[in-house]
Design a protein around this ligand. Structure first.
Ligand code: ASP
Ligand code: MG
Length: 404
């Protein structure tokens, strides 16, 4: 069976007109002799609206009910798509995760799909039907609905592609694909034709909001090729695939920037073993994600400065945790919310010397001061003053020849 998995994001099914358009896209694949499995998100805004409602009921809403509530948005869009397909003469029906079932495991609101029972869907496909499956949800071994984290219908699509051994997995969204940088920041941003899982994972984790980061990890582990394209216009999108499939001469594939970072510096911390661990333990216990870390070498061997970055929304909590932490001593605490992380990403840097230098020199040429640096095999990130984001992105985009 030649199966294609088509996933539609919230804006793609955001209005009745768009749902009608989606139905047309779906049937175009039938004409190409594909068996089509559809995964849909909730209509745009729906999930946020449900979250708001739960907050208005209780600021400590029951986690099981929270997932039951949030998963309901997908039921609506799937029924509407199936209803439209029926209307234009096709056999189609909606499938909730528990009807298939799609089994999930883990914590409520951030569960993972562990197994999909194929027989119901395969029989339905064989009978000529088009299954419209709810993204973002699974059912656990207590028979309760679970959700897969925000943006989780991407993970549903990837896992369906894996279990049903699909020939193609296409993510339909409201942008034309993945761009070299955010087109809202830089008009010259270019659509990337082909990108590796590793690069895409970095791009998504660093703020390119095209796909749920963890779903790209699923795709990488299972070697699923993903096509990202627009449901609004029919144009070639971006292919996310394994590195081996990419022949390219670019060093840098993309540039990202964050908007909501905060920098925390502990000045004059005692320089002795275990200090860093004592600082970060309470943060990790409170699920505060620490991103970049630097510790200065102490001049006198007794004291050091420790700087790290977190999400701005965690700043207040972090300050409180540090102040009441009796295990550490320091002279003062400095925080800065006006910072942003700009990163260049590309597997090409593994084999190309001098990329770090070129990045730093470019920023220097534009008078941009670097506050913190962190690197990985395929990424270099710098923390800079927020007001310089656009300038930095523009300069780096040009330096690494992404404009053409
Ligand atoms: N509707 C869910 C959300 O808004 C899942 C998704 O869009 O992928 O997060
Ligand atoms: Mg989405």
């Amino acid at each position: 069976m030649k199966i294609v998995v088509l996933k539609f994001g919230g804006t793609s099914v955001g209005t009745i007109d768009r749902i009608k358009k989606v139905a047309k896209i779906i049937t175009s694949y039938l004409k190409k002799k594909y068996k089509v499995i559809v995964i849909s998100s909730a209509m745009s805004g729906k999930t946020n609206d449900l979250i708001k409602k739960s907050n208005n009921i209780s600021n400590n809403f029951n986690p099981e009910e929270y997932d039951a509530l949030l998963a309901s948005g997908e039921q609506i869009s799937c029924a509407l798509i199936a209803g439209r397909l029926n209307h234009i003469g096709y056999k189609s029906r909606s499938w909730m995760s528990w009807q298939i079932p799609i089994l999930s495991e883990g914590r409520h609101s951030s569960s993972r799909i562990i197994y999909i029972n194929k027989s119901n869907i395969i029989n339905y496909l064989k009978s000529g039907g088009i299954p419209i499956i709810t993204g973002f949800q699974g059912v656990n071994n207590n028979n309760r609905i679970e959700t897969l984290g925000r943006g989780g219908s991407d993970a549903s699509a990837i896992m369906c592609a894996k279990f049903f051994n699909a020939k193609k997995c296409i993510i339909y969204t409201d942008v034309e694909g993945v761009y070299t940088t955010d087109p809202k920041i830089l008009k010259k941003a270019k659509k990337i034709k082909i990108i590796s899982y590793e690069e895409m994972l970095e791009m998504a984790s660093l703020g390119a909001k095209v796909m749920q980061p963890i779903s790209i990890q699923d795709a990488r582990l299972n070697r699923i090729n993903i096509d990202v394209k627009s449901s609004f216009i029919n144009k070639k999108g971006t292919l996310i695939t394994k590195r081996k499939n990419i022949i390219r001469n670019r060093i840098i594939t993309g540039i990202t920037s964050t908007k909501n970072d905060a920098k925390v510096t502990l000045v004059g911390v005692r320089d002795k073993p275990g200090v860093a661990a004592s600082v970060f333990k309470p943060l990790s216990k409170n699920s505060i994600n620490v991103d970049m870390v630097v510790q200065n070498i102490s001049a006198n061997g007794k004291e050091t400065d420790l700087t790290f970055t977190i999400k701005a929304e965690d700043l207040y909590k972090t300050q409180k945790l540090i102040k009441k932490n009796m295990k550490i001593r320091f002279r003062s605490l400095i925080v800065d919310k006006k910072v942003s992380k700009v990163s260049i990403i590309g597997v090409g840097m593994i084999t190309t010397p001098g990329v770090t230098y070129r990045m730093f020199q470019t920023l220097a040429n534009h008078g941009i001061n670097i506050l913190v640096i962190s690197t990985s095999e395929i990424k270099i990130s710098v923390l800079i003053n927020k007001k310089n984001i656009n300038k930095a992105v523009k300069a780096l985009h040009k330096e690494f020849k992404l404009n053409n």
